[in-house]
Ligand binder design. Structure first.
Ligand code: ADP
Ligand code: ZN
Length: 599
């Protein structure tokens, strides 16, 4: 591994491997077929980029998105690695050049779109150029169980067969068992070595807040993170448009992205996000896959995500560089009802519907969790963990109060109305509101009628969700969302269990909590600003995103250490030989000038 460690340091400028990387690189170098499941931001790319540089032969990389491919190729080339791509977005000259370089043996890495792989001439070309390995990025695209199925991915196995026995390295962040099995079967002729890396992303702080005034909560949050790149996810295109407009009207540099916009507009948005600093993208979940921008500082969910896997993928787009990042979400029962309806009315099989309903309940329970949020999240992926210290619950931002009596009231109204009603009606009964329904069923005569009049509807909804999250009540999703009392709920009613509930907040302030600015302790702010300006200029000259020049972390380390020589500089994160050569002196002189001015 010494050669690998040298390349890691000299070419990539990294001090060491991230968790999991070393074993994968080792297996790859030993010629094994590999399927690696790593969380987003875990550093998958390095696991095929590094082996590609050892020994001769070309490594083919199959990547589902042209933007993703281009970003990686630009990064590779800045590191001095002979990488190119073949795809429909390149000019013919570019593609011709790539083919020439592939044939004359100069190329180390060739990125291909799946469509390109499907073209008749491609296998011929590949068989002439000495392919040593095929790396498959976003390998879950081969599976219909995954969420981004791409039929062309099915050709990968065939191509490999036709090329003779080349090594196959597949990577994905999608973890569930079904998809994993499917990838194994569809890509690999024999079972590969499987690496399953832990799902924790400890640098992302987690918080979920009930929605009060959603826009205000968002604005507070975005304002508290001014100057940082972030993604705001909304559930529909219309909501994307409204939200983006609102942020713009408040002076925020917000752009919108959803699948209904013309491609030019989507590209422009993506470009701005990659290149400029402090851009907020308001988007549907159509935005994100393939955006491997390392310095996204936050992901804000304006609406409840679809399920926990979705949530995990979406928040995973924050903080890939390992620096502090924030995932903040808002949730309300409105979406829960809506999603439930979509499931119910959708065309899926009954079996699939049941799965989806369960997934939704798990998500609601995650929102209303009263113990460490990360524990709850990781438990979903089958991992046990300590309390994290980096979520709203661990930080004590969610205060709890004694809530047994309120819970008993909620449970008793469920029983008194014979366990056949949904939450909204139950709340009107508790609050003593006369409605058609309560007249019809004689609910105004119940002893529970009006016992909860002192508590607002909003608070009652929250109490019901918590009663549900705590396992005291069951919701029959298939039957109009009827509530019933569970065994554990009976224990509450009998006074055998105490219930703690969230302290109702008077004004729900969504923003401030858990804001995790990048740790700049000891960094000279003027120097940092000057370095960022220099980076911007270099990036513009080269027509690449800023992080391709240097990631934030490198600039922050420069502004802390104020290096004076190339040797000092080469000690810092992300500075390999090529970058030292290309940019070293420019940055050193900038540091000298701006630090000198400050002193
Ligand atoms: P993934 O594809 O798993 O989501 P990437 O491969 O894009 O993640 O890596 C995420 C970030 O981590 C990138 O900015 C990359 O440069 C950085 N990175 C990868 N490996 C290391 C390492 N060993 N040390 C430091 N940074 C790393
Ligand atoms: Zn926690």
């Amino acid at each position: 591994m010494t050669e690998a460690t040298d390349i890691l340091r000299d070419t990539f400028g990294f001090d060491g491997f991230r968790p999991g990387q070393e074993e994968i690189v080792q297996a790859a170098l030993a010629g094994e077929d590999v399927l690696a499941i790593m969380p987003t931001g875990g550093g998958k790319s390095l696991c095929y980029q590094l082996p590609a540089l050892i020994d001769t032969g070309v490594t083919i990389v199959i990547s589902p998105l042209i933007a993703l491919m281009r970003g990686q190729v630009a990064q590779m080339r800045e590191l001095g690695i002979a990488a190119r791509s073949l795809n429909s977005a390149n000019s013919d000259e570019e593609n011709d050049l790539t083919i020439r370089e592939a044939q004359d043996g100069t190329l180390r890495m060739l990125y291909l779109s799946p469509e390109r792989l499907a073209r008749p001439g491609t296998t011929n070309l590949l068989s002439r150029i000495g392919v040593k390995a095929i790396a498959v990025d976003e390998a879950h695209c081969v599976s219909q169980w995954g969420h981004d199925f791409r039929p062309e991915y099915r050709l990968i196995g065939e191509t490999r067969d036709r090329l003779g026995k080349v090594q196959l390295l597949a990577f994905t962040a999608t973890a569930d068992e079904m998809t994993r099995k499917d990838i194994e079967e569809r890509l690999f002729p024999a079972p590969p070595r499987v690496f399953l890396r832990g799902f924790d992303r400890p640098n992302i702080s987690l918080a979920m807040t009930p929605r009060a005034n959603g826009r205000k909560q968002l604005l507070d949050f975005v304002t508290a993170h001014k100057g940082q790149s972030g993604i705001v996810y909304c559930q529909s295109r219309k909501r994307v448009a409204d939200t983006a407009e609102y942020l713009q009207s408040q002076g925020i540099d917000a752009r919108m992205y959803h699948a209904g916009l013309p491609p030019e507009q989507r590209d422009a948005c993506q470009d701005a996000f990659l290149r400029e600093e402090g851009v907020v993208v308001v988007a549907t979940v159509a935005f994100g896959m393939g955006i491997d921008k390392p310095d996204v500082r936050y992901v804000f969910h304006m609406d409840l995500p679809k399920n926990i896997e979705g949530y995990y993928q979406e928040i995973g787009r924050a903080g890939r560089d390992g620096l502090p990042a924030t995932a903040h979400g808002l949730y309300g029962m409105g979406e829960v009802r809506q999603y439930r309806q979509w499931i119910d009315e959708g065309g899926a099989s009954e079996e699939q519907k049941t799965i989806e309903r369960q997934k939704l309940s798990t998500l609601v329970a995650f929102c209303e969790a009263l113990t460490c949020r990360r524990q709850t999240l990781l438990a979903y992926f089958g991992e046990t963990s300590q309390t994290c210290g980096n979520c709203d619950l661990c930080r004590g931002e969610v205060e709890t109060v004694e809530g047994t009596v309120q819970a008993q009231k909620a449970l008793s109204v469920i029983l008194r109305t014979r366990q056949i009603f949904g939450m909204e009606h139950l709340i009107t009964v508790l609050r003593g509101e006369k409605t058609e329904m309560s007249d019809k069923h004689g609910h105004a005569d119940l002893p529970t009628f009006g016992v909860g009049a002192d508590t607002s509807k909003v608070e009652w909804r929250s109490i019901f969700r918590q009663v549900y999250a705590g396992g005291y009540a069951h919701i029959d999703m298939a039957n109009y969302g009827r509530w019933s009392v569970t065994e554990e709920g009976w224990r509450v009613l009998r006074g055998e269990v105490e219930v703690r509930l969230r302290k109702p907040s008077k004004s729900t302030r969504g923003g401030g909590g858990g804001s995790a600015p990048v740790d700049m302790t000891g960094a000279d702010e003027d120097v940092l600003a000057a370095l960022k300006r220099l980076r911007r200029r270099l990036a513009d000259e080269r027509d690449v995103p800023a992080y391709v020049i240097f990631p934030d972390r490198t600039l922050i380390e420069m502004a802390k250490a104020l290096p004076r020589s190339r040797a000092d500089l080469s000690q810092l994160h992300g500075i390999g030989a090529k970058k030292l050569d290309t940019f070293g002196d420019l940055f050193l002189s900038e540091i000298r000038d701006s630090a000198g001015a400050a002193a």
